[in-house]
Design a binder for this molecule. Sequence first.
Ligand SMILES: CC(C)(COP(=O)(O)OP(=O)(O)OC[C@H]1O[C@@H](n2cnc3c(N)ncnc32)[C@H](O)[C@@H]1OP(=O)(O)O)[C@@H](O)C(=O)NCCC(=O)NCCS
Length: 380
Amino acid sequence: MSGPTVSAAHAAAAGGWVISPVRIPAADGGKPPAAVGPSTDLSACQALREAHELELWGNLDRCPTLAEALEYWRGTGYEERRLYLARAAGEPAGLCSVTLPLRENTATAGIDILVDPAHRRRGLGRALLDYAEAVARGRGRTSLDGFHEVPLERVGPGTDMLPARSGAGALPLSDPGTAFAAAAGYGLEQVERSSRLDVPVARELLDRLGDEAATSAGDYAVVRWHDACPEEYVAGYAALKTRMSTDVPMAGLDWEREEWDPARVRDEEAAWGRSGVQTVVAAAKHRQTGRLVAYTVLNWRPGVPGSITQQDTLVAGGHRGHRLGMLVKVANLRQAQERWPSVRSVLTWNASENQHMLSINIALGFKPAGYEGEWQKRLG
Ligand SMILES: CC(C)(COP(=O)(O)OP(=O)(O)OC[C@H]1O[C@@H](n2cnc3c(N)ncnc32)[C@H](O)[C@@H]1OP(=O)(O)O)[C@@H](O)C(=O)NCCC(=O)NCCS
């Protein structure tokens, strides 16, 4: 593991904080998530994250469970992930993390910073950022990205906004995350809209939207699965996931195409399984060629029984304009409602400039919930 540079360590020491790597119990040690004790650094990070989510949203719908966090921070063969905890007088005060893609995007690193409200505006956020940037720099990364969310209610009429470089969307300048990232030299490349759908969706609405989509999509058949992609589709599914990594609007973000193959699909499925995450997928198959050309994914965690998160949705170029986006979304909502009857809402995130996806979601009944800023800084 790379540590910080000497100057970053000094910056932390100057404020009286101690920043140290969080040790993640090894998967092959046979330690189940329940064995992560309440006094471990990982549990302290989880408590900071949950307190922040509750303060921001009043619920934990967006918060990874401890089981997900444990699995996530172990990293994969595709991404190394490092988590660090800051303590002040021995008490958890903040955290930072660095994610390092290993196959592609090897010049980039993902950075995240969180400071407990009781410790803010004393320089700890900046010390954690210096620390994380030093780790990324030490690994040869030259383009750093981060994101943070702002609930809709925090944007009132007349709020001063920072526009995204993409030309669509903006974040309130008064928000601490916005002020902090801008002061640290990060550019707001893109703003995503987060939206929420009340579930169950009325059967009549799903029937009407599904029937309308089916009339334009006669050349396509819907294929569905739970958790594991059927072997006959996995190569086609991997090819679609490769396209997903570049076909969505990315503004000026330095993200390269990810190469997905069946092994990578299986790796992701296995990681979700170990995290307790369940998935439903609906895909569209082109009848003439037998190829998968569109798909959408919903995730559910037993620890958050009332909420589903929307993952990828993609219609491959060349097959757009046949309402396949709506076709697969309706099919997947139906199977999600059947499989997870406790669910009361679906959360989704879309680039503000992604009008096609947004209009499908609006027709389904999604309502705006907030904003997510995508920040980027290139190191000199
Ligand atoms: C954003 C966050 C990490 C800042 O932590 P912090 O310890 O308060 O930050 P610092 O004290 O190091 O502030 C560094 C600079 O950021 C800016 N800043 C930070 N918070 C600010 C606020 N509430 N209003 C205006 N400027 C602010 C200032 O320029 C500040 O320098 P200054 O104090 O000399 O004026 C903290 O508010 C937080 O955890 N927020 C929730 C998570 C989040 O948004 N993370 C950022 C992801 S991009």
